[in-house]
Structures are given as structure tokens and as C-alpha cells.
Design a protein around this ligand. Structure first.
Ligand SMILES: C[S@@+](CC[C@H](N)C(=O)[O-])C[C@H]1O[C@@H](n2cnc3c(N)ncnc32)[C@H](O)[C@@H]1O
Length: 1008
């Protein structure tokens, strides 16, 4: 290898690795691990309210995948990629996926113990060779049994250590190893110390760190350090990772809160020493100021050394049946610690007949029976429930208390008064009043470390302190609003925000905070700067009237964050934090990765053409309507818009709802086309894009292909990575995976005809599938674990089809860019849609379960193909609903749910014959009329022990063209038996397999 670095542009036209291979199964495992790290994720401490963060590990894979070239040795390409990702076997061991000495001695045979391990002299009687169990050699010391102490030899060469660890962990799957391992960024750069010889000799580079390699690869491709852009940067996960790898970065987003999070990623997590000092100082100054002013007002202490940790409030209404004032508390359980001192705390309502109201008494250390009784509060299924005499239960619908009705225009209305700008507590005439019903107090333990806590009934003195807060806020509200310490912004009605009007009458963003919360926030806001602005947003998120109280969390009760999901949920009771909570929020221990490359962060609408030129675009555009960033971030924008910190003052402090790309209809499509056209126009000619798409819509392929085509781009590959857990987004079962579309500029002006496209697509799909299957086989031979599952191969098949399609500018004389830009009418298929359907169909046809002959397969209906294909997938362990739905789309099966026995996100499966029983037999669907349906019915009959002769005769009646269908029936019965054999749970499948075997034999033996 020469000492010269790669020549500028020497890789200019080399395809990128991500266009040929991408280890999606491993990346899915890694992404899932990162998503599951919750608050422990690298950037999450900056804003846990931002959901849908794209995993850093996936982003890194995309950046490297776009820069690395392919060679004629794909296995070597893969090896180098995995080394750089910290995903190879040795890195996994370094990341902590290793076996203990004890396990190695027990499970790796034939090791000469003294060669690898040091043993204390008193343990020298251990066997000279493995395997043996240390437990069999324990000694008794001071009456206690002790295991011998065996440690790795200090001078053991690292290579030997890894060799033995590999032997010890060779049976573990990637998932099992990753469960044990740390995330690569937790280990740091040392993870890559030993990889450079291998990497450089394969690539011809001279790097000794990832940023050096990235720079060299950028020069070889683009003539300079690569410029990576994300114009939908959200929380900054993509640009931050690209910068960490050493790329120059351009990040922009329409939403200023997104820009702040991205800014925080670079300036807080990415801060150098100087900046870190400033961060600490400004955060400390803020907390001290708040605590000083709160102490001066004396509103959080009981005068006996206890400080308030949390205040619990509830809505109170007058019951229209009885005239009693009733607090609305869904459960009287206040604290139910899972660990530590089991002090169960409840609230009890004591009727005050004279005043027609309830005293709320707090009881500590209640027994299990009392706790159980307390689970039911005064709200049950939308009813107010109470009993003034303790005998008669009074029930009234909350909707009737609220006065819900439909007005003359047919709009839903109620009688809640709409709050005004100067309101911050209910007025006496309001239907919903508010009441403090419990306080959690804390103080330092006298003779030991830590704090002690207790929940108490609200006293007269507490109420006086409450009045003090309300009157203080009342006196200053207007002034604070004018100064911008408290928002005065109206809540704009919308899909998420309208409920704040209808459920509470709140019309301005400050109505979502009570007097104590407003007070703390106004003091904080008065000294906000860019370094403490993000924790300030966190403090809003963790302390608002829509932060509910959870009796189980936080060692026996805690106030939860507003954005535990992506909605504005109102609660009848909620918690309010004492100022002490700021200490934890303002000094979180951020990760620190000093960013050294150049970066730009802009608050811009990406549909307009105001970009700078970049080499690589990695984008994660808005997910249809899954998360309404443009509405929910107004909760924060309201607080900053009047006087944002200096660094953010040029941004537009508005969520610009109308400009945000959203929905999934024509408006969404046009917005996407505009932004991807702008990116294409500002992309180096040999530039590359990765479009990430976390999908839920059935028309995804059509939409994407349209957008790509219309923007002058073309698909070069597609991958599917599972990135989300079920609960990460509210869409739950619908959103679990991300499609990555790799795109290039469409150059030249190729023309073709639809008739010629068929075979071209077919041969491209075939080639693509064969290349993936081939590489998968080779990898399996080496590591026993494959690269791809069927769903991945299918995805690659689609991509191959789209790749062929989007190469062409003109098809059948039609300009495809114009065709795909043309507005679409709901429900009307365009020329482009039909082409895409055709391409996808062609791709699917190629993916035949291995047991069927192609000629037989063609005769099956779409539903039959789908059912059989999914049988195969289930046998391979597939359980993701997402995959079932993807395949349904591919096979054009519209009611696939009818064929499912379970449709949970992670445990979907087909119905068995016994679950179908006679269903769908008589209806006029394709499936109902199919030989497969008739066959499943026959299996069910066999399970009911109906005589086989009768079963066959019914099968003859039920199956159209029985004689002609017999060969297919036999192959299906054989296939079902094979797929269900040994599949778990056996209770469900063993009988299916055996009845399929019986039927097949009967079909073989019968004379027809
Ligand atoms: C799915 S999120 C990106 C999430 C990001 N990848 C992350 O990991 O946090 C999509 C982003 O697109 C932004 N967006 C929507 N319409 C936009 C537009 N017209 N211009 C720029 N950004 C827009 C939203 O504000 C949102 O932050």
C-alpha cells in the first residue's frame, strides 16, 4: 500500500455500499437496543418530550453506507462496514458481550487452564484442562463455601482472549449478544483502536480514526470533507451523528423547538470545555435564583423543617343531583411504593353534611384491604360517583355536568366558560373548580444520608400559603406577560389542541399551568439563555396541569411528563412539583462528544429553494399524521416567542402550521415533492440521499415512487429496519419500522415502453434477489446467522422494481416527472400508480415459497399466495404485524386482517383452520371461494374427528374444479404440514400439522 492518500474524485462514480448491501437485521437489533435505552439515550436528556428520534446507530450506518464504496468482494465490504460500526465479533466482546471466566471454564472444552488463567495458590488443585465447574471445587473458608478465584492472565495476548471469547459466545445470537453489550457510543473511540490496518488495506486509505476516514472518503468522492444535510432535522439525531463522524453538516427545520434541540445536541452534548463551564454556570444561576425567590415568599415550607416536594390538585364540581361539591379523583390511591418502605397512602372522603362538601383526609400506612378499596375514586367510566350518606350511590354523567350538546350548526359544544387571557385560576362561577387535596413533604434524614417523605392532609396554613401564591401571581401576571416571562399566546384550535378548549375551557397556553407552576416558570424565564433554555423546556414538560400523578413511580408517587405520549391529555387530578425538582432537571449528566467539524443550523422551510449545496442528504420527513410536531410544540413555543435567547432570536417563533408538511394526502405529496426537488437542485451531481420513512399508510410505495420521480431523483436501493418499539409512538401497532430509500439524481433522459418494462423489472428483481440470497448464504456459512430475512429480500425486490422504473424519464411517450407532479384525485389511479402497482406485483411474483413450482404458484389467488407466504414467514419466526401488513400490500390483499388470528404489533399470526371454523366459506370473497379455504375447512373437520371419507366428499363439494385442483391441494397440505410441524405453541400447531398430513395422505390414496 502506498503512503499517498486517495486522489480527489477517485471514487467519484463508485456505487456506495448502501446501494448494494446493508446488514438490516443486525441494524434492527442495534436500533431497537438504542430506542429501548429511553432516558439513557445520548441526546434524550436534552428533551425527552421529543419522540420519534431516529437511532444514532442507524444514522451512522447511513452516513458510512453512503461514503463507503463497493468492491468485487462483498464479504470483505461487509466486514469493513461492521468493523467501523462496532458490530463485528471482537467489537461485541469489547462492548461487553462476553462470557465470564466461570462460564468459559464450564463450556469451552480442551483449554489448558494455566495458559490462559491465573489461579491463587490455594486453588491450585483445579483440573489442568477444561471443561469443569468451579462449583465442584469450592472450599470452605470460615464456615462458608467459596468458589476458587480464577482470573484472566494479565499478559495474555488480546488475540487469544478474543479467540476464546468467540468460542464461548458462538452459540449466542446477535440479539442475545447485543442484550449484554453496551451501545458503541458508551464505549467510545477505543472501540475502533484495532481496526485500521484491516480497514485501510481494504479501502486503500490512511486513516487512524473515523473522522479521518470520513474526510478521506469525502475527498475521494466529492473532492472535500463530505457535506451532509438534513432539512427535517427534528431533534438533530441525524446531523449530530454525521458531525460526530467528522462530516460538515447542514441542519434545518421549520420548527424552532426542533432547531433548539439540534442546537443543544451540538452546543451542549457536543460542547468543548469552555462551553461546558458556561452551561453549568447558567444552569446553576437559574436554579439558585428560583429557589431564593421561592424561599423569600415562604410558600413551600411547613415551618417545621419540611419542604414541599409535590402538591396534588383535582377538579371539583357541584353534583347537580345533590348540590354537593365533589372532588374529581379517579383513584384515591396516592402512593404505592414498589420498593423501599411500603408506605401505602390513600385519600379518604369524609362527608361534611352541613356544608355539603367533602373533607379530604390523607391516610398513610394503610393495609392492603384499604388500598384495594381506595382504587375506585369519584370517576368511573365517565360518571361522577359519590355517596354523601355512605349508603346511596349517586351517579351523574360528566358530560351532563359539563353541559355537552350539539349546536344548531351541528357542532359539539359544552357549557364550560372559555378562559380569558388574565385568567389563571377558575372563577367562582366556573363549572370546574380546582382544589389542592394533598401535599408530599420531604426533609433531610436526621442521622443518615438521604431524605424522608410523607404525604399529608391539607391544613389551614397550607391553604393560606396557596392564597399567597395566587395573589402574588395575580398581582404580577400582566407585567410578566408583557415582559414575556409568561406566555399570552392563544391556543390555535387543531387536531390535538381543540380538546383543551372543549375539555377545560383553556384558550391560552398559560392556562395549562397553575399559580405555583407559573411562578416558578416566570422566575426561570427571567434569566433564560441558550444554555439553560432546553432544561427550561424540560421543566415545562415535567410540571404542568397536564402532568399526571402516578402513585407507582419514583419510589411511591411522582409527577409525570406531559409528553409521555404525543397528545394533550387532560386529567381530573394532577401533580405540581415543588421548586426542588429543578435541581435534577438543570444538572443532568449529559453525554459529551466534542464536535469538531463545521455545522450550520437554520430555522427554515425546506420546501423553498433556500438551501446550500450538499453531497449527502439523509432525511426523515414527517410521518403522515403520526406525530403532530407543528401543534404539540406550541406548548413550548408560547413560552419563548416574545423574547427568545439571543442565539435563537432570528428564528421564526411560530410552528408555522400551514407550512409544515403533514397528513398523507395531496398536500403532503406536493410538500414532499417541493422539498425533495429543492434538495436535488442543491445536491452534488454524484451526491446521494437516504430518505427514511416510518410508514403506516398502505399507499406508501406509490407515494414514495411518485415523490422520487417528480423530484428528478431515482431509487437505487431500499432497506427495511425495525426502529421503534410498540409504545414509542401513539400509533402503536402501526409504526414499527423504517424504510430507507437510497436515491440519486436522475441524469440523462431515458425512454422506454411499458411493454418492455415487464421483463426488465423481472430480471432486475431476479438479479437483486439472487445477489442478496447469495450473500446471505455466504454469511450464514461463516457465522451461522444470516444477513436478511424474507421481508428484507422482498423489500429489495421492490427496490429493484422501483429502480428500473425511476431510471426512465419517458414511458410510453409520457414525461414521467410531469405525470408524477400532476395533482392526484382521491381514489383515482394515475398512469404512475398503475406502473408502480405493476412493478410491485412483478417483484412479488418472484418471491415464491421454496416448495412450490412456479407454474402451480401462478394459479393461486392473491389471498392464497398471501396465506401460504405468511405460513412460511411464521415458520421462520416472523411475528411483526408490520410484516403481515407489508406483504398484504404487496399481494394486494385488502382484508388481510380477516386471515389473522392475532393482530398485535409484535405477535401477529395467521388464523389456523380451527380458528377459521366455517368462517368466510359462504361469502363471495376470493378467499372464500378458493381451494385453500376448502382445504382449511377439511383440516378443521379432521380435527373434529369427522370420518375422512366425509371430509373428502365435503372437500370435493367445497373446492371449485376439484379435479383440476387436486395437485395444488396436495402441495398445499404438504406445505402446511411442513410449516406447522414443530412450530410453537405446539398446542396450536401440532394438530394442524398432523391433520394436514392426514389429508395429504388421503388425497394421495383416494381414487378419483
Ligand atoms: C420526523 S421529524 C424528524 C425527526 C428527526 N429525524 C429526529 O430524529 O428527531 C420531521 C421534522 O420535519 C419538520 N418539518 C415539517 N415540515 C417542514 C417543512 N416544510 N420544512 C422543514 N421542516 C419541516 C418537522 O418540524 C419535524 O421536526
Amino acid at each position: 500500500m502506498s503512503n499517498n492518500k486517495l486522489e480527489p474524485y477517485s471514487w467519484k462514480d463508485r456505487p456506495a455500499l448502501i446501494e448494494h448491501l446493508f446488514p438490516v437485521q443486525k441494524l434492527s437489533v442495534e436500533s431497537y437496543k438504542e430506542q429501548m435505552a429511553g432516558q439513557g439515550k445520548t441526546l434524550t436528556a436534552l428533551g425527552s418530550f421529543w419522540k420519534g428520534r431516529k437511532p444514532l446507530i442507524l444514522n451512522k450506518a447511513c452516513v458510512l453506507g453512503c461514503l463507503l464504496p463497493t468492491s468485487n468482494n462483498p464479504l470483505k465490504d461487509l466486514e469493513v462496514f461492521e468493523l467501523l460500526m462496532g458490530m463485528d465479533e471482537e467489537s461485541l466482546i469489547r462492548r461487553g458481550a462476553n462470557a465470564s471466566v466461570e462460564t468459559i471454564l464450564e463450556t469451552v472444552p480442551g483449554l489448558e487452564v494455566s495458559k490462559y488463567f491465573g489461579i491463587k495458590t490455594e486453588d491450585s488443585t483445579l483440573p489442568s484442562h477444561t471443561p469443569f465447574s468451579l462449583k465442584d471445587h469450592s472450599r470452605v473458608v470460615n464456615g462458608k463455601s467459596k468458589l476458587p478465584i480464577v482470573k484472566w492472565k494479565e499478559d495474555l495476548p488480546r488475540g487469544e482472549y478474543f479467540r476464546i471469547q468467540k468460542l464461548a459466545t458462538k452459540e449466542a445470537s446477535y440479539t442475545e449478544k447485543i442484550r449484554m453489550a453496551d451501545r458503541p457510543e458508551e464505549v467510545g473511540e477505543v472501540l475502533f483502536d484495532g481496526i485500521w490496518d484491516k480497514v485501510n488495506s481494504h479501502l486503500g486509505t490512511h486513516a487512524s480514526s473515523i473522522p479521518e476516514l470520513v474526510e478521506e472518503m469525502g475527498i475521494a468522492r466529492f473532492g472535500h470533507r463530505p457535506k451532509v444535510a438534513d432539512v427535517f432535522c427534528g431533534s438533530g439525531q441525524i446531523p449530530f451523528e454525521a458531525a460526530r463522524l467528522g462530516c460538515d453538516v447542514y441542519a434545518s427545520d421549520l420548527n424552532p423547538i426542533a432547531c433548539m434541540l439540534t442546537w443543544g445536541a451540538f452546543h451542549i452534548v457536543g460542547a468543548g470545555e469552555e462551553e461546558r463551564k458556561k452551561i453549568e454556570e447558567s444552569q446553576k444561576a437559574l436554579v439558585e435564583k428560583v429557589q431564593r425567590e421561592i424561599d423569600a415568599l415562604d410558600i413551600e415550607s411547613d415551618g417545621n423543617g419540611w419542604k414541599a416536594k409535590a402538591f396534588l390538585y383535582c377538579v371539583e364540581v357541584v353534583c347537580p343531583e345533590t348540590g354537593w361539591k365533589v372532588p374529581l379523583i379517579p383513584s384515591f390511591v396516592i402512593s404505592e411504593p414498589r420498593t423501599g418502605i411500603k408506605n401505602n397512602v390513600i385519600a379518604e372522603l369524609i362527608p361534611n353534611v352541613l356544608e355539603k362538601k367533602y373533607v379530604i383526609k390523607i391516610k398513610q400506612f394503610v393495609n392492603e384491604e384499604e388500598l384495594e378499596k381506595a382504587r375506585n375514586g369519584t370517576i368511573d367510566n365517565g360518571d361522577l360517583v359519590h355517596s354523601p350518606d355512605g349508603i346511596t350511590e349517586i351517579r351523574v354523567r360528566i358530560t351532563s355536568i359539563r353541559g355537552d350538546h350539539t349546536d344548531l350548526q351541528g357542532e359539539n359544544q359544552n357549557k364550560l366558560r372559555l378562559w380569558e387571557k388574565e385568567d389563571f385560576v377558575p372563577r367562582p362561577e366556573d363549572i370546574f373548580q380546582e382544589r389542592l387535596y394533598c401535599i408530599q413533604w420531604m426533609r433531610k434524614k436526621e442521622n443518615s444520608k438521604g431524605d424522608e417523605y410523607e404525604f399529608r392532609t391539607v391544613t389551614k396554613e397550607d391553604l393560606e400559603r396557596e392564597d399567597k401564591v395566587i395573589s402574588h401571581v395575580g398581582q404580577h401576571l400582566q407585567e410578566w406577560q408583557e415582559k414575556g416571562f409568561i406566555p399570552d399566546m392563544k391556543i390555535e384550535p387543531g387536531d390535538e389542541t381543540t380538546r383543551l378548549y372543549t375539555e377545560r375551557g383553556w384558550t391560552h397556553w398559560h392556562h395549562l399551568f397553575n399559580a405555583r407552576q407559573l411562578l416558578i416558570n416566570s422566575i426561570s424565564k427571567s434569566i433564560i439563555n441558550s444554555y439553560n433554555a432546553l432544561p427550561f423546556l424540560q421543566s415545562l414538560n415535567w410540571n404542568s396541569k397536564i402532568s399526571h400523578w402516578s402513585p407507582l413511580d419514583g419510589g411511591g408517587g411522582s409527577v409525570k411528563q406531559v409528553f409521555y405520549n404525543q397528545a394533550f391529555n387532560t386529567f381530573y387530578n394532577y401533580g405540581t412539583r415543588g421548586s426542588i425538582y429543578l435541581v435534577g432537571l438543570y444538572y443532568p449528566s449529559y453525554f459529551n462528544f466534542v464536535i469538531k467539524s463545521n455545522y450550520t443550523i437554520k430555522n427554515l422551510n425546506c420546501t423553498t429553494d433556500n438551501l446550500i449545496s450538499n453531497d449527502i442528504y439523509i432525511t426523515d420527513p414527517p410521518y403522515g399524521d403520526a406525530v403532530k410536531y407543528e401543534e404539540i410544540t406550541e406548548f413550548f413555543i408560547a413560552w419563548l416567542r416574545k423574547n427568545p435567547p439571543e442565539e435563537f432570536k432570528d428564528w421564526t417563533w411560530d410552528s408555522r402550521r400551514s407550512l409544515a408538511i403533514k397528513g398523507s394526502g395531496e398536500e403532503f405529496r406536493q410538500g414532499m415533492i417541493a422539498s425533495y426537488t429543492a434538495m436535488k437542485n442543491h445536491m452534488t451531481n454524484n451526491g446521494i440521499q437516504v430518505l427514511m420513512f416510518t410508514h403506516k399508510s398502505g399507499s406508501i410505495w406509490g407515494d414514495l415512487a411518485n415523490i422520487v420521480w417528480a423530484s428528478g431523483l431515482q431509487v437505487t436501493s431500499a432497506w427495511y429496519v425495525v426502529t421503534e418499539s410498540d409504545s414509542a409512538l401513539r400509533q402503536g401497532s402501526n409504526v414499527t419500522g423504517t424504510i430507507l430509500l437510497v436515491l440519486r439524481k436522475r441524469t440523462g433522459r431515458l425512454e422506454t415502453f411499458r411493454d418492455d418494462l415487464g421483463w426488465e423489472i423481472q430480471s432486475a428483481v431476479k438479479k437483486q434477489v439472487e445477489s442478496l440470497v447469495g450473500l446471505d448464504k455466504e454469511v450464514r456459512q461463516q457465522t451461522s446467522e444470516g444477513l436478511y430475512k424474507d421481508a428484507d429480500i422482498q423489500m429489495a425486490g421492490y427496490a429493484a422494481a422501483l429502480k428500473v422504473l425511476t431510471t426512465y424519464s419517458v414511458i410510453d411517450g409520457k414525461d414521467m416527472e410531469l405525470e408524477s407532479r400532476a395533482p392526484k384525485r382521491e381514489g383515482v389511479k394515475t398512469f404512475v400508480d398503475n406502473l408502480i402497482d405493476f412493478a410491485v406485483q412483478t417483484a412479488v411474483q418472484y418471491l415464491i415459497p421454496k416448495t412450490f413450482e412456479e407454474a402451480d404458484w401462478r394459479k393461486f389467488s392473491a389471498e392464497e399466495k398471501y396465506y401460504l407466504k405468511m405460513l412460511e414467514m411464521e415458520a421462520q419466526g416472523e411475528k411483526l404485524l408490520d410484516t403481515f401488513s407489508n406483504f398484504a400490500k404487496a399481494f394486494r390483499v385488502s382484508h388481510f386482517e380477516d386471515l389473522l388470528g392475532h393482530s398485535k404489533a409484535n405477535s401477529a399470526r395467521l388464523k389456523t383452520s380451527a380458528e377459521f371454523k366455517g368462517n368466510l366459506m359462504t361469502n363471495n370473497t376470493e378467499f372464500g371461494k378458493s381451494p385453500l379455504r376448502a382445504l382449511l375447512y377439511a383440516l378443521w373437520e379432521i380435527q373434529k374427528e369427522i370420518d375422512i371419507e366425509h371430509v373428502l366428499s365435503h372437500l370435493m363439494d367445497n373446492c371449485p374444479n376439484f379435479l383440476e385442483a387436486v395437485p395444488r391441494l396436495k402441495s398445499m397440505a404438504k406445505f402446511i404440514a411442513m410449516m406447522r410441524e414443530g412450530l410453537k405453541p405446539e398446542k396450536l400447531y401440532a394438530i394442524e400439522a398432523s391433520s394436514a398430513r392426514i389429508l395429504r395422505e388421503a388425497l394421495e390414496n383416494q381414487r378419483i
